[in-house]
Design a protein around this ligand. Structure first.
Ligand code: NAG
Ligand code: NAG
Ligand code: NAG
Ligand code: NAG
Ligand code: NAG
Length: 500
């Protein structure tokens, strides 16, 4: 998601410095133009402008000695050319579709935290703090639905743990739309449930919903001895989120509820759960079903500009130079810059396009008026985690983090870090939910995972919308219809209230 911001900053620069200041200066970018752009330029093999841009920006075609500043300025020039290209579409555009002109900052969800999201929908919550073996203090939320508790008895609700992916927090499960409120149960019966935000849908459907927060995100920046201001706090990768965070959270919930847990992950949240189940197969015993949305078990075939960026050795070198958190800072000022840029009705569609370029083109399925809410919920990971992504792309498999050979030898007993041993996974109710247009969990990579887990896949659900992308699970305006209804049906049908 940082790259989203990078691209936006560059576009912002164009907006400020490169265009005449007149009321006619904004680019008339409609969805229609963008769709044309996708088919004519971005998706074609011979003119992948954006890919070239990124390759230029990160020196893919150049020697690594080149001064980063001159590289930046050359890529800004290229972007400038892109801007003129975009402007030239003006002459051939049919009239603009009316776009939603409401301001992001007027959206009451814009500045909401997980807690505020929950309360604003009429639910309440409990705070739980889980301390991992290595001292991180994780903020775990439990959504409380008094209607469901009254109807079924608080002890009878089945626990479902929602595990977010990278650059995200517990809030991703709740921010799809504003109209998903708590729904009273009539005569102790729930009504027909529908909804785009999985957390609220599950709570309304009578599940005991737990929202995890990985170490390092805004809710889990605390430690028994380390200070989040120090780089040492940020010395972790997905391996630690799997083996330390996910295991601690599952242990915590099972001690408290004495029940098996359904785990639902999105994106790299699925990698985390797969890693835990591989290295500590006994965790299968505590989980009755694992539902993986946009599953990432392999990572060699990431498509589009993001994939190209992960291939860039210069980008990797840059990432390797830094410790600490990533992005280095997300503050109000930065958020406001993006907000004011993307709030501009004519430019908004560029912001949509950035999501699309990274996750897969599905521009009609994102609510542009909600982009501010989505941007505001982008969050921190460690720099090392980013480095881990590069490693996974290069090796086409998740291995434990690759330090240098000596450190690997000390830590793992091998010079090359061990692969995540998926064949150890002992859970027989795994549900893969995947999309055909997902560039991050690409069809090739999902296929590799499918083959590897063959006998353990209980259902293999491919979303029927052929343009379903990586972010549609979270932001898609059809998330309820395409995915969430399926999840609730499968839980109703197969998940029993197993005691441990
Ligand atoms: C903006 O464009 C319209 C129609 O193309 C033109 O009539 C008007 O003079 C332009 N305004 C400015 C400030 O350039
Ligand atoms: C515009 O967005 C607001 C919320 O930001 C929403 O209530 C409204 O229905 C949207 N209007 C259109 C025409 O999409
Ligand atoms: C958006 O904000 C601008 C400036 O604050 C204001 O002039 C405009 O009326 C607002 N638009 C809406 C739809 O509220
Ligand atoms: C969100 O915060 C920004 C900056 O503090 C403020 O301008 C904006 O009005 C806030 N929006 C809401 C809905 O509170
Ligand atoms: C961090 O955790 C400690 C121990 O639970 C607590 O006393 C402290 O208030 C927490 N700090 C923050 C910033 O949440």
């Amino acid at each position: 998601m940082y790259f989203v911001k990078l691209i936006l900053i560059v576009f912002l620069w164009i907006e400020i410095d490169c265009k005449p200041r007149s009321s006619n200066s904004t680019l008339p970018l409609t969805n229609e133009i963008l769709n044309r752009l996708y088919t004519e330029v971005l998706e074609s093999d011979n003119a992948d402008l954006v890919t070239d841009l990124l390759a230029n920006a990160f020196g893919h075609h150049q020697s690594q000695q080149v001064d980063p500043l001159s590289q930046l300025s050359s890529s800004l020039n290229t972007l400038n050319n892109l801007a003129s290209t975009l402007s030239s579409f003006k002459t051939v555009t049919p009239p603009m579709k009316p776009s939603n002109d409401s301001n992001w900052s007027d959206d009451p969800d814009a500045n909401r935290t997980t807690q505020e999201f929950i309360l604003s929908r009429g639910f309440s919550y409990e705070d739980h703090y889980v301390t991992t073996k290595d001292g991180y203090i994780l903020h775990l939320f439990r959504i409380i639905n008094p209607y469901a508790e009254h109807a079924l008895g608080a002890d009878n609700l089945h626990p479902v743990l929602l595990q977010h992916g990278l650059f995200a927090t517990s809030s991703v499960w709740m921010l799809n739309s504003f109209d998903e409120k708590i729904i009273p149960w009539v005569h102790e019966q729930k009504s027909e449930m529908k909804g785009n935000s999985l957390a609220f849908l599950l709570s309304n459907s009578g599940y005991d919903v737990w929202l995890a927060n990985n170490r390092g995100n805004s809710y889990s920046q605390n430690h028994t001895t380390l200070d989040p201001e120090d780089d040492e706090f940020w010395d972790f990768t997905i391996d630690d989120m799997a083996m330390q965070d996910t295991s601690a959270v599952i242990d915590y919930i099972r001690y408290l509820t004495d029940k098996k847990i359904t785990v639902i992950g999105h994106s790299f949240g699925t990698t985390q759960v797969l890693a835990l189940l591989s290295f500590a197969p006994h965790y299968s015993y505590y989980i009755d079903m694992f539902i993986a949305l946009g599953p990432i078990g392999y990572f060699g075939n990431v498509k589009g500009p993001f994939g190209k960026l992960l291939d860039s050795s210069l980008a990797l070198d840059i990432v390797g130079l830094y410790d600490g958190k990533f992005p280095p800072k997300i503050d109000r000022t930065i958020k406001n810059i993006f907000t004011s840029f993307c709030e501009n009705p004519s430019l908004r569609v560029i912001c949509t396009a950035v999501f699309d370029m990274i996750g897969g083109m599905n521009p009609d399925k994102i609510d542009e008026s909600r982009l501010g809410v989505y941007f505001n919920n982008i969050d921190y990971v460690s720099m090392k985690t980013v480095e881990h992504l590069f490693q996974a792309k290069e090796s086409n498999i998740w291995r434990l983090f690759d330090h240098d050979e000596d450190t690997n030898n000390d830590l793992y007993g091998y010079e090359t870090p061990p692969k995540y041993p998926y064949s150890n996974i002992d859970l027989d109710k795994i549900i893969l939910i995947s999309g055909l247009n997902d560039r991050i969990a690409s069809t090739d990579d999902v296929q590799q995972l499918r083959k590897k887990l063959k006998s353990k896949i209980f259902h293999d659900y491919i979303v029927s919308d052929k343009r379903w992308n990586h972010f549609d699970y979270i932001y898609g305006i059809d998330a309820g219809e395409q995915v969430n209804n399926y999840i609730v049906n499968v839980l109703t049908k197969y998940v029993e209230h197993y005691p441990l």
